[in-house]
Write a protein that binds this ligand. Structure first.
Ligand code: ADP
Ligand code: ASP
Ligand code: MG
Length: 418
């Protein structure tokens, strides 16, 4: 007997027909004699719909109330899956985020999970009842509903897996594993048998939305075994236990599996960033902290930053990126700080995309960045900003060139499938 956490994403839960397929997969796992907890997303498109309601109500909405609204999508699907499992003759019940509870901090709309009370859950699972848990939801110490940020159900699943000490956390989605790049953009993308936690963490953090970044970080910290696989499988598909998807592994495991390592593991694109340029900022010590300290206080994550060399009159332009979802808030904060910062104009730009190449091989090989710049230059794709880490190079480009850039780079690094 094993203890398995299964997570199903929005596309897999979109409508009662698909939920029935999900219930079949869950039932099959339970029939092996395993203890099963299922974490579910809202139906595809539902969270977007709910987010839009909040924006329409007030673009500067209260994040605590936003959470009350957007957490509801998962409540619906968890109840529906429990009903459907029962219809198939399984014992099942739902456990909402506040009922377990899943304790989080109070950073609304992007809350972080602390602990999960799992005693009752474990007792119920041990009694043969399938636990159905809505992803994305949590509860603060003062009993307010929170959500974990977009794509957060992955993190719920890993956190539940860690709390119940699951043998494995299977993330069922609409593709059959992790690919060298988004297979919906590049048809010649290749499926990876295994990817290391470190590489997956970096890929996720630069926009490979197949797993939420925090879910990978948490899996790495807690040693949760995570597998990504497709929920669109037929009756005769091999069971999840024979590992048909992509396994997230340690460096050591990857070496033992003798999977041939490429210099570049994957390429990711992120269209959810927005660029802000502040013109004519005074070029003196402290100026930059006047920009970024208030943004940090408002919980807005700044990613790429460029400060140009000061031009005449001791002034310079500062350009940086923030999540598009935080643009209205960031603009508001910066306009309030205009005198303290002393800039001339604030120019927002949402028509940008960040393209990143990721690979542990970069640590020991030079030339990865120059291959990127040359390949983009040959297609006349202009680079607006650059950032690097030990195993990643990212560039900011015009959003319209996203697909072209990803394809060109996929070929340039020799990743195309034959
Ligand atoms: P879910 O609703 O199941 O959580 P998501 O839409 O969040 O699914 O994530 C799955 C999607 O991630 C795929 O449909 C695919 O388009 C996208 N994706 C981006 N990069 C990759 C990658 N490297 N490998 C696989 N899928 C990727
Ligand atoms: N429903 C949430 C979202 O769309 C959480 C998730 O699906 O992971 O972001
Ligand atoms: Mg997702």
């Amino acid at each position: 007997m094993a203890r398995i956490v299964m997570k199903f994403g929005g596309t897999s839960m979109a409508g009662t027909e698909r939920i029935r397929r999900v219930a079949q997969i869950v039932k099959r796992q339970a029939e092996r004699g395993d203890e099963v907890a299922v974490v579910v997303s809202a139906m595809a498109g539902e969270t977007d719909r709910l987010v839009n309601f909040c924006r329409e109500a007030n673009p500067l909405y209260d994040p605590a109330e936003y959470d009350v609204v957007v957490a509801s999508g998962e409540q619906v699907t968890s109840g529906l899956l429990a009903i459907t499992l029962q219809a198939l003759g399984c014992k099942a019940r739902s456990w909402l985020g506040w009922q377990l509870p899943i304790h989080t901090d109070n950073a609304h709309a992007k809350a972080r999970i602390g602990t999960i009370d799992s005693e009752e859950l474990l007792a119920s699972m041990a009694g043969g009842t399938i636990a159905v848990i809505p992803g994305f939801q949590g509860l603060t110490d003062d009993n307010r509903i929170t959500t974990l940020g977009r794509g957060g159900s992955d993190t719920s699943a890993v956190a539940v897996a860690a709390a119940v000490k699951a043998d494995r956390c299977d993330i069922y989605t609409d593709v059959d594993g992790v690919y060298t790049t988004d297979p919906r953009i590049v048809s010649r993308a290749r499926k990876l048998k295994a990817v290391t936690y470190e590489e997956m963490l970096e890929l996720a953090s630069v926009g490979s939305k197949v797993l939420q970044t925090r879910s990978v970080g948490l899996a790495m910290k807690e040693g949760v075994r995570v597998q990504v696989l497709s929920s669109f499988i037929d009756e005769n598909a091999p069971s999840a236990d024979t590992i048909p998807g992509t396994m997230i592994v340690t460096d050591e495991e990857l070496e033992n599996a003798q999977v041939e390592r490429q210099l570049i593991t994957g390429i990711a694109a992120d269209k959810n960033e927005a660029k802000i340029t502040l013109t004519r900022v005074p070029d003196r010590p402290g100026a930059v902290s006047h920009i970024f300290a208030p943004l940090a206080e408002s919980n807005i994550n700044v990613d790429m930053i460029i400060q140009n060399v000061g031009r005449d009159k001791g002034e310079t332009d500062v350009t940086f990126t923030v999540p598009q979802a935080d643009l209205a808030r960031a603009t508001d904060v910066l306009q309030n700080q205009r005198e303290a910062i002393g800039y001339n104009r604030l120019i927002p730009d949402t028509k940008v995309a960040k393209i990143s190449v990721v690979g542990v091989g970069m640590k020991s090989h030079a030339g990865v960045a120059s291959t990127m710049f040359t390949a983009l230059a040959e297609r006349k794709i202009n680079i607006q900003a650059i950032s690097t880490s030990e195993i990643k190079v990212s560039v900011l480009i015009d959003e319209d060139e996203t697909e072209l850039a990803v394809r060109v780079l996929h070929t340039a690094y020799g990743l195309d499938a034959d």
